[in-house]
Write a protein of this length. Structure first.
Lengths: 406, 448
């Protein structure tokens, strides 16, 4: 008997943008996206729709394309009613407009030797999943985000740096002013590049790289740098990483994966004290390569799921960032370009503009420099840690990594 | 046409309707892992009161008038809005350019026709006896877009664009080391993508040879010969982004630095952007309704133009160029490149290599960025010694200063090519572009 399933996302965005210190546009987006799936006889028909559509029509269209019926030799998930709402407040357009005006005034009044572009946005998303086997899931979240690009008036570059952060509730502007002062207050003071290069940054780009290498299909085929290393200690004793679908600090997460699977406790340990514990898989990869099914299917509305879509969290140290630095300064890259990894896992990074930071204050701006890093060393001998505290430079947690100057 | 909408008084407004269709089928190691077709329709509505743009988007075309009226409520009407310098510049065009119809319009192309191409390349380009290939992926697909634009000044434009592509990629593994390599091929219909099997296999073998034999290179400054596809990215990254005028509206330093008429490169350098070329960056009209045209950014080494939307053109008292583009109907248009290329010269590839005593031949790059110090990430490079291409070398990054590198170009080849493989990111928006160029020689680039 055919089983019907509907995946949905409803997103509302309001955004105020600035161009060279002046208000440019007020933008609103209200979008509805649905994926209708009909499972029958080990196949699934899919209809992906952006915009409103009647459910009966959606399911009928999912069933109406036998040529494209995808093989799906798995039982769809069953479940019950479950709701999660991470929203903390209604983020109104009037608050958005008022904050935008206030933030831009603060920047132009206090930092007249810079020009600013960017925007402030509020976003609210509701994800839903419903099927004939009882699943009725919904997950909502809302946040505001600030993103500012700046350019010094004496610079011949297009952009010199940027800063930004997300938050669930508008504050009195303290977070913004603190961050602006940190990035801009000492920008015109030139500092010297230290002997030891310690980079401080948010870690989301790095976890993306690890997620890709942990794909169980790549591990099985030998195309991952971590192939043959599951169960081995590959990284630093201090490096642990897990998928945490319930992480409070993360934005817009869902507690189910792209196949409707829910992980017990919502956590999956991938790397523990440097040891690779498991690769990640969806149902197809688990079956094909005879590996554990880790319920790690990404949310693909147009087609079959793929492996991915995790919310990865690197375990925080018990030490603060300042304690991890132990008196050394760290570098906050602001305008930098990295290369992809080469066959050896080596990468290069050209840092055009960056700030030298002592863990609390910015000491000054650094000249352009180049560094190199290696995939295994980054999370191995060159991994210093993720601080126990949130740093003001990101209004978020921060990772400290050593890199080698070229 | 535009008469079907009631545009509010005292405000400039426009409506952009996008009807698209995309399809993809791809096979990974013999398993069909992607197989979908997706139609989509939506509209962006904009209102301008002389101070702020108000925008919204909808998937329900019957709601456009309602959305337009709601935006007008937010704005403050200005009876003199059409005297605003940016609005005054906007062109009024009425045109219909619908090229794709019948069985070769993407939504009418059968899945079977795409599967024939896919199966053809699986048969011709997959060889299980090549041990270095640890996985392969072959994908085919296409994108079609019909765009309609109506403005309160009277523009009414409809045009369409279609492109199909086929990508053949291999993961190559040798002694635990791994790289990915391959190429994409383009055509208007699936059948136009046949005939590239020998190129694809040669590319696979090149990557295998590269992984087996590439040696490390000491970082430093080197003379570099760039292949046409590398020159294409160089033109886009090194200079193209600096020609987008929205970053210099009120910035005197940049206005002085990029003043028209200034010598910015060697006499051999000419760079053009042209949205009218039917390539991957084709837009006969931009998202403000401005007709596309060829804009020479650099001619014989002299800065001769830059890319504009109406705001930047008005701010700099220059002409519109047709470069205001949005990724889709959810996004507001900004100044973007279209088809950007460095013009060809007179030298043959063989002569350029033979004339290079010591240097690097950059065969392929993967991506890049365009700050004052531009960056290109190299994937396959070779050493040049005594006028000959020698061993493969490992190079991760090429970089240089835009203010110096254009002067360092001393040989320009006649082997001009244009490549449709590119997309370009800016301000969170990705748009399709093409880039082109010939083989060129740059006296020095930082290689490391």
């Amino acid at each position: 008997m055919a089983i019907r399933e509907k995946h949905g996302v409803h997103s509302r965005v309001s955004k105020m943008t600035f161009e060279e210190n002046k208000p440019k546009a007020f933008e609103r987006v209200n979008s509805v996206e649905s994926s209708y799936r009909v499972y029958d006889n080990e196949k699934v028909g899919i209809f992906h729709c952006i915009g409103e559509v009647d459910d009966e029509e959606g399911f009928a269209r999912a069933q109406a394309d036998p040529e494209r019926a995808r093989p799906y030799p798995f039982t769809p998930e069953s479940g019950d009613v479950r709701r999660r709402d991470k929203r903390e407040s209604e983020l109104s357009d009037s608050e958005l407009m008022a904050a935008s005006e206030e933030y831009m005034k603060y920047l132009t009044d206090n930092y007249p030797r810079f020009t600013f572009s960017g925007g402030i946005r509020t976003e609210s998303i509701e994800y839903t999943l419903k099927n004939d086997l009882g699943i009725d899931y919904a997950s909502s979240d809302a946040c505001a985000g600030v993103s500012i690009q700046f350019k010094h008036k004496d610079s011949v570059d297009i952009i010199d740096g940027s800063f930004g952060f997300n938050f669930r509730k508008f504050d009195d502007g303290t977070i913004f002013r603190t961050m602006a002062d940190l990035y801009l207050g000492n920008y015109e003071t030139m500092a010297e590049l230290p002997e030891e290069i310690v980079i401080v940054m948010q870690y989301y780009g790095l976890t993306g790289m690890l997620q890709s290498e942990l794909n169980a299909e790549g591990l099985a085929l030998g195309t991952s740098r971590l192939s043959g290393k599951v169960g081995e200690k590959v990284f630093s004793e201090d490096f642990s990483m897990e998928h945490d679908a319930g992480e409070k600090e993360a934005w817009f997460t869902r507690f189910w994966d792209g196949e409707g699977c829910v992980i017990p406790e919502e956590k999956l340990v991938l790397i523990e004290n440097g040891v690779i514990k498991t690769g990640i898989s969806d149902k197809r990869v688990a079956k094909k390569y005879n590996v554990p099914h880790t319920k790690s299917a990404g949310h693909n509305y147009a087609d079959l799921p793929y492996v991915g879509g995790l919310n990865l969290r690197i375990k925080r140290s018990e030490k603060t960032v300042k304690e991890l630095l132990a008196g050394r300064p760290a570098i906050i890259p602001m305008n930098a370009t990295g290369s992809p990894m080469d066959a050896n896992g080596d990468m290069s990074l050209l840092v055009n503009t960056s700030l030298l930071w002592d863990g609390e204050r910015v000491i000054g701006r650094l000249p352009q420099f180049r560094v190199k890093a290696n995939f295994f060393d980054l999370f191995g001998k060159n991994f210093i840690g993720v601080g126990s505290d949130d740093v003001k430079a990101f209004n978020d947690k921060a990772i400290l990594l050593r890199m080698e100057r070229v | 046409m535009s008469e079907k909408y009631h545009f509010p008084e005292g405000l400039y407004s426009d409506i952009r309707i996008e009807e698209s269709y995309s399809t993809t089928m791809s096979m990974f190691n013999g398993e069909l892992t992607r197989d979908f077709a997706r139609p989509e329709i939506g509209a962006m509505i904009r209102v301008y009161d002389g101070k702020l743009w108000y925008t919204t988007s909808t998937n329900d075309l019957s709601e456009i008038q309602k959305e337009l009226d709601a935006l007008a409520e937010l704005a403050t009407p200005d009876p003199a809005i059409y005297e605003n310098p940016a609005i005054r510049l906007l062109e009024v065009n009425r045109d219909e350019r619908l090229v794709y119809e019948g069985e070769n319009k993407l939504c009418n192309i059968t899945r079977e026709r795409f599967m024939k191409v896919l199966n053809h390349y699986v048969e011709k380009c997959v060889d299980a006896s090549v041990p270095e290939v640890s996985s392969w992926s072959i994908g085919v697909g296409g994108e079609y877009q019909k765009k309609s634009f109506y403005s309160s000044k009277g523009s009414a434009i409809v045009y369409d664009y279609q492109m199909c592509s086929c990508g053949i990629f291999y993961a190559i593994t040798v002694d635990g080391q791994q790289i990915n390599g391959g190429r994409q091929y383009f055509g208007v219909t699936p059948e136009e993508m046949f005939g590239h099997e020998n190129e694809a296999l040669a590319e696979r073998d090149r990557y295998i040879d590269y992984l087996k034999n590439a040696v490390e290179l000491e970082p430093g400054e080197y003379t570099c010969v760039l292949s046409p596809i590398t020159t294409a990215m160089f033109a886009h990254e090194s200079f193209g982004h600096k020609s987008e005028a929205d970053f210099m509206l009120n910035d005197q330093k940049l206005r002085d630095e990029w003043v028209l008429g200034k010598k910015v490169g060697s006499d051999l350098v000419s760079i053009c952007d042209d949205g009218a070329l039917v390539q991957h960056g084709y837009i006969p009209y931009d998202d403000e309704g401005t007709k596309a045209r060829a804009t020479w950014l650099i001619k014989d080494g002299v800065l001769t133009g830059r890319l504009h939307d109406s705001t930047s053109a008005a701010a700099l008292s220059e002409e519109l160029t047709g470069n205001c583009r949005a990724q889709d109907y959810f996004r507001r248009p900004v100044v973007r490149m279209t088809n950007t290329y460095m013009a060809g010269g007179k030298d043959s590839f063989e002569d350029i290599i033979a004339d290079t005593k010591d240097g690097i031949y950059v065969y392929m790059v993967s991506d890049g960025t365009g700050s004052a110090t531009f960056v290109m990430n190299a994937t396959v490079c070779y050493r040049i010694r005594d006028g000959k291409i020698c061993e493969p070398i490992r190079v991760r990054m090429l970089s240089g200063s835009v203010f110096q590198t254009l002067f360092d170009i001393d040989r320009v080849g006649s082997d001009f090519e244009i490549f449709d493989t590119y997309t370009c990111g800016k301000m969170g928006q990705t748009v399709r572009v093409s880039a082109g160029g010939p083989t060129i020689r740059v006296r020095k680039l930082q290689v490391g």
